[in-house]
Unconditional design. Structure first.
Length: 260
């Protein structure tokens, strides 16, 4: 059953070939623009806030690719299934609603890999990608990026559960996506955030999804180092799981679907 749900998520992501091609083209265009724009920003400057041009360009590209493959640009299928009434079938399956959604998210991540491959190839061709600071840095990046993905998937699921109270989740999702995009460092590296705002963003889980893993990639020491990041991620993972459990418990007792 779990593998079936992962395959289903992958098939859904790859089923419409036009969408796959457009996604790859979008990643390619974003890669070119990021490399070009960040190099223009650094024109005539050796470093900004202590960050070199090469590191800033590489950060921007990898952050975009991590955001593309791992973080929630769209909600799970729960809102549509609640609106259509098919959620009733999901509730009697061996794997619960939460498990189904997470497994399909894994499949969706696998389906996003072609775009990442294109982005990496273009970044390498343009000289806009610096290698990780070392083997330990790379392993730290992979581990923390994976945990960041899981935190993002759980928070995404919690936002999706709003569908059990209202059949229109677009408003809550747009607010969540705007905050997560900015606070994670996916849009603007947190190096350049004003000092008065940085402590607020550091207190949120989003920086652990993009900024902290990329700091490890580049050989920087995030607050608390690798073990500090892992401890913070595990803490937020437990908190996100508790939030999802609470919301799910409440949601399944207040189902609003078309037709009754």
């Amino acid at each position: 059953m779990p593998w079936s749900m992962i395959r289903l998520g992958t098939k859904n992501a790859l089923y419409f070939r036009a969408n796959v091609v457009l996604s790859m083209l979008s990643v390619a265009l974003q890669t070119v623009l990021l490399v070009t724009v960040w190099r223009a920003v650094y024109a005539g400057r050796g470093a900004v806030a202590g960050i070199s041009e090469a590191d800033a360009v590489s950060y921007a590209v990898i952050a975009m690719l991590v955001w593309h493959v791992a973080l929630p640009w769209q909600l799970s299928s729960i809102p549509d299934r609640v609106r259509e009434g098919t959620i009733a079938t999901d509730l009697i399956r061996p794997v619960g609603v939460v498990g189904q959604s997470l497994l399909q998210s894994v499949g969706g991540t696998v389906g996003a890999i072609p775009g990442v491959v294109v982005g990496l190839a273009i970044a390498l061709a343009m000289g806009g990608l610096t290698p990780p600071a070392g083997g330990v840095a790379f392993l730290g990046f992979v581990l923390t990026a994976a945990l960041g993905w899981l935190i993002a998937a759980l928070l995404n699921l919690a936002v999706s559960m709003v569908a059990f109270w209202t059949t229109d989740t677009r408003g809550s999702f747009y607010v969540y996506r705007a905050i997560a995009s900015f606070a994670s460092g996916a849009l603007v590296p947190l190096w350049f955030i004003p000092s008065w705002l940085r402590p607020i963003l550091d207190a949120l889980p989003f920086g652990l999804q993009v900024f902290a893993p990329l700091q490890l990639w580049q050989g920087e020491a995030p607050l608390g180092g690798l073990w500090g990041v892992l401890a913070a991620q595990l803490g937020w993972l437990a908190a996100a799981a508790a939030i999802v459990a609470l919301v799910t418990w409440r949601a399944l007792r207040k189902v609003v679907i078309n037709g009754g």
